[in-house]
Design a protein. Structure first.
Length: 186
């Protein structure tokens, strides 16, 4: 009896010999898969070989604090620049705002060279803050490059981006256990 391609028999319809052959094929395929995984991944388990050097333990909190300390200079510069930008926005001083935005942009450009924290959540918070500061610089620059949006809209975008960035970096300081960085305005 000839069957079509899509006409399959279920387990009960197979003969005893066909069942044995199917189980043998499945057994060989399963053993091959287990062997392949063992060879690819390795089977040493969690036991170290005799005489093997114990891998060093990494104190992530210390690494994070050390990394954060290396960013102090740029963070001080950014906070000071942000305060100048905010002061100029509140004073409606466009002639002072333009160089303040340029100065903030120069500081933001140096953030990338600092790398990212060694912890994924802190890294994401740092990157989100840096991105928001860059958005603030872009919105502030749009005030002076002929962008067709009204100045109040661009000023609000600048302020909103600064608030977002400050929020991210304040959360980062809390994740690390450091005080939030605030530079007092004179």
């Amino acid at each position: 009896m000839r069957r079509r391609r899509n006409d399959y028999r279920n387990w009960e319809e197979l003969s005893r010999q066909e069942r044995r052959r199917g189980l043998a094929i499945l057994g060989v395929a399963g053993a091959g898969a287990v062997t392949a995984v063992y060879l690819i991944v390795g089977g040493g388990g969690t036991q170290a070989e005799a005489g093997a050097v114990v891998p060093p333990t990494i104190d992530v909190k210390t690494q994070l604090a050390t990394w954060y300390a290396t960013t102090a200079g740029i963070r001080d510069e950014i906070v000071a620049s942000v305060n100048v930008v905010r002061t100029d926005i509140q004073a409606s001083d466009g002639t002072a705002l333009r160089p303040a935005c340029v100065q903030l942009g120069q500081a933001v450009d140096r953030i990338g060279a600092l790398g990212v924290p060694p912890v994924a959540t802190a890294s994401q918070t740092w990157t989100d803050g840096a991105t928001a500061y860059a958005q603030a610089v872009t919105a502030c620059g749009n005030l002076f490059d002929g962008t067709a949006l009204p100045p109040p809209v661009l000023l609000q975008r600048t302020t909103d981006a600064l608030n977002t960035a400050d929020g991210h970096w304040t959360r980062l300081a809390a994740q690390i256990g450091a005080p939030a960085q605030i530079v007092a305005t004179n």
